[in-house]
Design a protein around this ligand. Structure first.
Ligand code: NAG
Ligand code: NAG
Ligand code: NAG
Ligand code: NAG
Length: 212
């Protein structure tokens, strides 16, 4: 016979699992992708999981593993990424369509000056775990038109943000510079790495934002 105390615990446990399941299926769950070593996990989490708290995420979120080469191009309304190195972040994000993005650098790492291209970005929040005092910074990217309707791949990505990954190393606040005349952009920044390798579509409705 099961003693009442453990029966109670069992019940509580089941209730807990039920509540958690219910919670994560709620409408306010958001996508969290985190990398840890060679592992990439794609999770659906209730809002408010503390940055870089991997064990809390394993407990509260429903997660599945992602193979680095099986990552599909997706669009996200809200996306949080916890990362530890620039190349994995690049694999995850390059030319992805994300409206509201939160990036957390977990651990003490120095990132290279390398630009990451993101489409349709409207709001960016960043934090670095190693920074004391810990603070989150945010930035609204100017967007005059509806960026959702204008995405059909890189050549038609009308709102492109280039994020300098080295900004995670700095203490200065987030800044952005937007320009909608692409021809003057290529003239003013001829050495910008992206304009050499993949020319920005020569389209008058293209808005480029550099975040640094
Ligand atoms: C989601 O969040 C909004 C505002 O933050 C709140 O009004 C709403 O009740 C939440 N919905 C659920 C299912 O938790
Ligand atoms: C993560 O999961 C969401 C929802 O299942 C999916 O739309 C998205 O493509 C996944 N992302 C990656 C990088 O696998
Ligand atoms: C855009 O930039 C080009 C090259 O600098 C310039 O000739 C042109 O007048 C600019 N167009 C507008 C609308 O500002
Ligand atoms: C520029 O973008 C607009 C809006 O998406 C599109 O209708 C037009 O065909 C594009 N023009 C070129 C030359 O790509």
């Amino acid at each position: 016979m099961t003693p009442p105390a453990s029966l109670c615990l069992l019940l509580l446990g089941e209730l807990g699992i039920f509540a958690l399941g219910h919670f994560t299926k709620g409408q306010n769950s958001s996508t969290l992708i985190f990398t840890k070593g060679n592992t990439i996990r794609n999770c659906s989490c209730p809002v408010g999981v503390r940055d870089c708290d991997y064990s809390l995420a394993s407990l509260m979120c429903s997660c599945k593993s992602v193979l680095p080469f099986a990552m599909e191009q997706t669009r996200y309304d809200h996306l949080t990424i916890w990362f530890t190195d620039a190349s994995t972040l690049g694999q995850l994000l390059e030319f992805t369509l994300v409206q509201d993005l939160k990036l957390s650098l977990c651990g003490s790492y120095t990132l290279p000056t390398k630009y990451l291209a993101i489409c349709g970005l409207q709001r960016l929040r960043i934090s670095a775990e190693a920074k004391r005092p810990f603070r989150e910074q945010s930035l609204l990217v100017p967007s005059r038109r509806d960026s959702r309707s204008s995405y059909k791949g890189w050549q038609t990505c009308m709102f492109i943000s280039f994020l300098d990954m080295a900004l995670f190393n700095r203490d200065s606040s987030l800044k952005s510079y937007s320009i909608d005349n692409v021809s003057s952009l290529t003239r003013d920044f001829p050495d910008f790495p992206y304009f050499k390798t993949s020319p920005i579509p020569n389209n008058k409705s293209c808005v480029v934002t550099i975040i640094y």
